[in-house]
Structure formats: C-alpha cells, structure tokens
Write a protein that binds this ligand. Structure first.
Ligand code: SF4
Length: 93
C-alpha cells in the first residue's frame, strides 16, 4: 500500500534540520514527493521501486528528473521554500 512506509523515520532532514517521516517526504511538495526523496531514503529501503509501484508515470518521471538534477543550492532552496509558503497561504481557506 502507498502508506506502508509512512511511519518510517529519518533522523535528519537536510532541508528542515530535524527528523521526518517518509509520509512527510512522500507528500512534501503539495502532495507530491520531495525532490530529494530518492537520495534521502535509498539506505532505508528500496524507495525507487516503492515509488515506481505507487506513483503515476508522470509523477515518477518528475522524481527521477529531480534526482538526476542533484540538490539545489542553498539559496535556490530557500527561495523555493519561501515560494511554497506563499503558495500554501494562497490556498488556505
Ligand atoms: S526527502 Fe526532502 S523532506 Fe524528506 S528528508 Fe529528504 S530533504 Fe527532507
């Protein structure tokens, strides 16, 4: 099932600086996986095979593209986080 690993814990998220669950990482970008999910979770379980089994082809392709691109600079990451916060506020009822 899609939520089989949702309670698995990673002790240090490189973006947030604290522990996170796989469930968070799986939905981090407005319900879609964080762009770093393959890189962060490969040591815990076969995250690529898991996502391939549960995501649409388009969503999996996005994960693979993001993974191939590598981690963004800290500045870009900060800009993206600010944009995500702005977008989240826009969608708040
Ligand atoms: S996948 Fe993203 S949200 Fe999850 S631990 Fe890695 S950087 Fe943090």
């Amino acid at each position: 099932m899609l939520n089989d690993h949702d309670q698995d814990l990673l002790l240090h998220c490189r973006r947030l600086g604290h522990e996170v669950t796989f469930g968070y990482c799986r939905r981090e970008t407005f319900g879609k996986p964080c762009r770093l999910i393959l890189d962060c979770w490969w040591e815990q379980f076969d995250v690529r095979a898991f996502l391939q089994a549960h995501l649409s082809e388009a969503d999996m392709a996005q994960v693979e593209r993001a993974s191939a691109a590598g981690p963004p600079s800290k500045l870009l990451s900060l800009v993206e986080m600010i944009q995500q916060a702005k977008d989240a506020l826009k969608h708040k009822p």
